[in-house]
Design a binder for this molecule. Structure first.
Ligand SMILES: [Zn+2]
Length: 325
């Protein structure tokens, strides 16, 4: 165990440099609609989170911001944008433009493969993927994970559903493939894994064996396994160990600590309105303060940086970040 840790650290030095360079590129190019931060750090995944996962962080509720720094006015459209949008059979999403996505093939590191040069995702999703699978390769020595699905247009989802219906019949097909507009794959924050081995054979990704590490540690990088076996009553989707959703740190860590799927988490956050108690979470020398705002007028508390995401329902979730002194 000790040895494994050491080995990981040594390799991580070089990886860090690479992922650091990548993060810098991302930060330089990062400019979002629903994502505005005072310093850009919070909108790009923090690679140092992974090295200190056990910070003894716990979720707590406290009286929130006493003094607001500013109030931002968002548009109705922006409720449907951001890394915390809840997309499921009840809440369809907008059709996002391909222009908001980046080619994974162009921006990925060498720790994994991609099934198609045109497969695309959003910047923070790719950055988190590079960090997570870079660390996985350093630990397990494997780079046979293949990203086989990312951003999808409504049109493409329609094709997938028709194919599934032909194979399994309409009723069964709908438990596996979502109706166009109702799939997380439209968002650019969701992706599927497959395995493509060196000898050319392939396997479906089950998150078991050495790959258990990925499913276990995903929240440290901002990902959640979106469809867990015990959450189908909320998600409406059966267990998919290969489907990862980027929600960002600290939300992925809180979801893990509370054992919440995204449906439960978004509901839980509604109990922390701007004018009530806020949710606090500490991790890796940072304090996060989180609250929910219904409507388009969003008060922002004083912080080192902040992130605002629509919830795809009726409001926004604000995440304030401060360095712990
Ligand atoms: Zn998927």
């Amino acid at each position: 165990m000790q040895q494994q840790k050491k080995r990981r650290k040594n390799k991580k030095g070089a990886l860090r440099t690479l992922s650091g360079l990548f993060s810098m590129l991302l930060i330089l190019g990062a400019s979002y609609f629903a994502f505005r931060s005072i310093t850009p750090e919070i909108s790009s995944p923090n690679s140092s989170v992974a090295s200190q996962p056990e910070s003894g962080a716990t979720v707590s509720a406290q009286g929130g911001v006493q003094k607001w720094a500013e109030t931002k006015t968002y548009t109705q459209k922006e409720i449907h944008e951001g890394s915390l949008i809840l997309v499921n059979q009840k809440y369809p999403c907008e059709e996002y433009s391909e222009l908001e996505m980046l080619s994974v093939y162009t921006y990925k590191n060498s720790s994994y493969m991609v099934s198609d040069k045109n497969l695309s995702l959003r910047k923070p999703t790719i950055a988190a993927l590079n960090d997570m699978l870079g660390d996985f390769q350093a630990i397990a020595g494997e780079n046979d994970i293949l990203v086989c699905s990312g951003y999808r247009t409504f049109e493409y989802q329609k094709t997938l559903l028709s194919q599934e219906e032909e194979e399994k019949g309409a009723e069964e097909a709908n438990t596996w493939v979502a109706t166009p507009g109702y799939s997380e794959h439209h968002t650019g924050y969701a992706l599927d894994f497959n395995l493509l081995h060196e000898d050319g054979t392939s396997d479906s990704y089950t998150g078991t064996g050495i790959y258990e590490w990925v499913n276990e540690h995903a929240p440290e990088y901002g990902f959640v396994v979106r469809y867990e076996p015990d959450k189908a009553e909320y998600t409406g989707i059966q267990y998919e160990p290969w489907h990862f959703r980027y929600v960002g740190v600290p939300h992925s860590l809180i979801m893990k600590e509370k054992n919440f799927c995204l449906e439960e988490y978004i509901q839980f956050l509604r109990d922390y309105p701007a004018d009530g108690e806020h949710l606090f979470f500490e991790n890796d020398g940072k304090e996060y303060e989180i609250y929910y705002v219904k409507g388009l007028e969003v008060p922002i508390g004083e912080a080192d940086s902040y992130l605002v995401s629509g919830d795809n329902v009726d409001g926004f979730i604000v995440t304030l970040e401060r360095e712990k002194k």
